[in-house]
Design a protein around this ligand. Structure first.
Ligand code: TXA
Ligand code: MG
Length: 318
């Protein structure tokens, strides 16, 4: 991560700036970029470390699932399955301020951190010449929440982005002011089309396209909100936290200089640990039912989000 005295590059939205932004994203760096809704804080969605740095840069206490931005429909179809209603909506409204939560393909290649361990993925094809040109040039799916510190207002200009994140990200690509300025509308299919978040595309337009009313999610859209533990990945094996002295029957998910079955970060790097967390829990789960012990994780920075997720994973199952 850049130091506080390391300035964020302010790239102009011309061919040179777009090419530079694409190179930075491809090499695992963080680049804020304009979309028609708000500026997104982008990272290569296949690179778990880069995705983990999004949470660190935003100072997010929990791993909310992120929206993955794609250049075109064929790229989207390599990442997720499209039910018929989703095909209709994509045909009618992409590119545009509409996000579709879809069943993720097994070989999507996305970091599990992108979806916070869920089996779905939220996809969006943004409108706007610069976003389109960037995604086409980069040729990778780009995970991006709004480019603001957690708890602050979403940015609709490059200067908003710099006001919140200068020195914490490698670059911002300047595309002037966002035309929509409100985050995308999010629709899920479980299996009926359901409004998960109201946003930049009016629900009336969506309902007219589908020829049926949208279901309304009984709870709000954030699957990571307290009380919605069921929607998060939890291993089948029991999980014991803050363990320094594992039982012989337990498998150790380690952190730092310990001998472990899998080690989140032998170097004790929380960014690396965050990037590995969901993937390693999946691996341990697939490898058997023996209980899992987890080393203590420092409760600061990304460690708070890691501990939040581990507590959810260890919580009693309904
Ligand atoms: O307009 C936008 O959507 C902007 C621009 C940058 O594209 N992005 C944005 O991202 O607003 P973000 O991170 O603020 O919103 C992500 C939200 C999550 O909080 C959650 O509500 C929903 O999308 N989400 C993402 N993945 C999901 C999933 N797999 N299942 C259910 N909801 C999901
Ligand atoms: Mg946001």
């Amino acid at each position: 991560m850049p130091q506080a005295d390391h300035k964020t590059e302010h790239l102009s939205g011309d061919a040179g700036g777009i090419a530079r932004a694409a190179d930075l994203l491809r090499s695992g760096q963080l680049v804020a970029f304009p979309t028609e809704t708000v500026y997104g804080l982008g990272a290569n969605a296949r690179d778990g470390k880069a995705v983990a740095r999004i949470f660190a840069a935003k100072n997010r206490p929990a791993f909310n699932p992120l929206i993955v931005h794609v250049a075109n429909l064929s790229q989207a179809e390599t990442l997720a399955e499209f039910p018929v209603a989703a095909q209709q909506l994509a045909a009618a409204f992409w590119p545009g301020p509409l996000t579709l939560v879809l069943p993720q393909r097994d070989h999507s290649g996305l970091s599990p951190l992108v979806s916070a361990g869920l089996r779905t993925v939220a996809l969006r094809m943004p409108a706007g010449d610069i976003a389109q040109a960037l995604l086409t040039k980069a040729q990778i799916p780009i995970a991006a929440p709004s480019a603001n510190p957690s708890g602050k207002i979403s940015p609709t200009s490059a200067n908003h982005v710099l006001a919140g994140l200068n020195g914490r990200i490698e670059a911002v690509l300047d595309g002037g002011n966002c035309t929509v300025g409100l985050e995308s509308t999010i629709i899920g299919f479980d299996p009926t089309p359901t409004l998960l978040r109201a946003g930049g595309l009016p629900t009336e337009a969506i309902e007219a396209c589908l020829g049926q009313p949208l279901a309304r999610a009984p709870n709000t859209p954030t699957p990571s909100a307290p009380g919605q533990l069921h929607s998060h990945y939890a291993p089948h094996a029991p999980l014991r936290l803050n363990v320094t002295d594992p039982h012989p029957a337990e498998r150790l998910l380690g952190f730092g200089t310990v001998t472990a079955d899998l080690n989140l970060s032998p170097a004790g790097d929380l960014t690396e640990a965050a990037a590995n967390l969901f993937g390693y829990l999946h691996k341990l789960d697939q490898a058997g039912a023996a209980p899992i012990a987890v080393s203590p994780i420092p409760d600061h920075g990304l460690g708070r989000a890691i501990n939040d997720r581990l507590r959810r994973a260890a919580a009693p199952r309904p």
